[in-house]
Design a protein around this ligand. Structure first.
Ligand code: PLP
Length: 389
């Protein structure tokens, strides 16, 4: 008997990065500071929990609309209009189990076996696994660290072939922390329109931007609405990672195929969790803003500290919860360095190479997942580590 199917073997090559090594050490009782997970630190705001409890008490416990409850999709259409400058009707919105499920359903619906999907390298590794599960081939277009990982039209154009089907964008970007300017997004739009490609835009960090950076949804650029599947989630900004609520917006012509995957896969998303997420969209936004402010303070602590460490330079991320310091000055590979940091400094970071060859020479440090005190302590441990190197 052949088990598991070859495509599953192929797509399970690397999934957990430094986490597995960290677990092994933690089982020996070591106090590790986890800066590898993209998990928000704060609790979910109280009004969101209260709305969910009220939904349960009101008997909202039965099957609902496969696409997501109507009231929730109406609220999401309003949010898309006001925040993202996107005009989608409620039948062009699908509620999903987090962003992970939105992008999975979109890849499964849009990719035929052998189709090529272009990712910007460094990339978010989960997307590669999903493209491979759908039978597609992930093709990477390298971004240049010297140019602050700016979107390069030439790098993407060089990867377009007759088998190209889609370009994947993560904006704000994980792992680089870039928030792409409209002009950069226009490069992707020009290529997608010229070569009749779809774009999958992962905007899970849309609200987490700092200073003057402004999030622009690529689907709002001329000619992009009909060829973009934009995926969102409540995961990061509202500290709702365990709730598993996300959604996607796409043109009416794309929805039936994606809905077929969602229905077949999960029927629909938990109805009382949707009521909580509805409260997140329609309720006060101050708690979310306070969490972003806390992330900004932690970002500043991390960037200031990293820039004082020998062999390390770090640009301030414009968005997301990640710093992506350049460690080439140490002369060590990112995997080697991340392992040494884990075993000697007891801080868990992720090697840049985990995010593709374009991430080599960097570490990814998540400042969103711990308290400011723990992040500060992690920087002290790293400072001692780099000074000893
Ligand atoms: C770029 C990106 N997309 C998607 C996800 C997963 O989102 P969710 O938990 O809503 O499935 C993450 C989580 O780290 C992420 O960084």
């Amino acid at each position: 008997m052949k088990w598991p199917a070859q495509r599953l073997k192929d797509s399970s090559k690397k999934s957990f990065g430094m986490y597995e090594q960290a677990l092994a050490l933690e089982s020996q009782g070591l106090d590790l500071i986890h800066l590898e997970f993209g998990r928000p630190h704060a609790d979910t705001p109280r009004h969101i929990k209260e709305a969910t409890k009220a939904a349960l008490d009101a008997g909202i416990v039965h099957y609902g609309d496969f696409r997501g409850t109507r009231g929730f999709r109406e609220a999401l259409a309003g949010k898309l209009r006001d925040f993202n400058r996107l005009d989608y009707g409620i039948d062009e919105i699908l509620v999903t189990n987090g962003l992970t499920h939105a992008s999975f359903a979109a890849f499964m619906a849009a990719i035929d076996p052998g189709d090529e999907v272009i990712l910007l390298d460094p990339y978010y590794p989960q997307h590669v696994g999903k493209i491979e599960l759908a039978g597609g081939r992930a093709v990477t277009a390298p971004l240049d660290a010297e140019n602050n990982f700016a979107i390069s039209k030439a790098a993407i154009a060089a990867k377009i072939t007759p088998r190209s089907r889609m370009i994947v964008l993560v904006n704000p970007a994980n792992p680089t922390g870039r928030v792409y300017a409209r002009e950069e997004l226009q490069h992707i739009a020009d290529l997608a329109i010229a070569h009749d490609l779809l774009v999958l835009s992962d905007e899970v960090y849309e609200y987490i931007t700092y200073d003057k950076a402004k999030h622009v949804s690529i689907a709002s650029l001329p000619g992009m609405r009909e060829r973009t599947i934009t995926c969102f989630a409540f995961t990061k900004a509202y500290s709702m990672d365990g709730w598993r609520v996300g959604y996607l917006a796409a043109d009416a012509t794309l929805i039936p195929a994606i809905l077929r995957i969602v229905m077949t896969d999960v029927t629909h998303v938990n109805v009382f969790a949707q009521e909580g997420a509805l409260a997140a969209v329609t309720g006060p936004q101050e708690p979310m803003q306070a969490m972003v402010d806390a992330d900004r303070r932690k970002r500043d602590v991390v960037v200031r500290a990293l820039n004082q460490m020998p062999g390390v330079t770090c640009r301030a991320p414009e968005g997301s919860i990640y710093a992506f310091p350049d460690i080439r000055g140490t002369g060590r590979s990112s995997a080697d360095l991340a392992t040494a940091i884990l075993t000697e400094a007891h801080v868990v970071t992720e090697a840049g190479s985990f995010y593709g060859p374009g991430g080599e020479g960097h570490l990814r440090i998540c400042f969103g997942s711990e308290s400011e005190a723990r992040v500060t302590e992690a920087m002290e441990r790293l400072g001692r580590f780099f000074n000893r190197l």
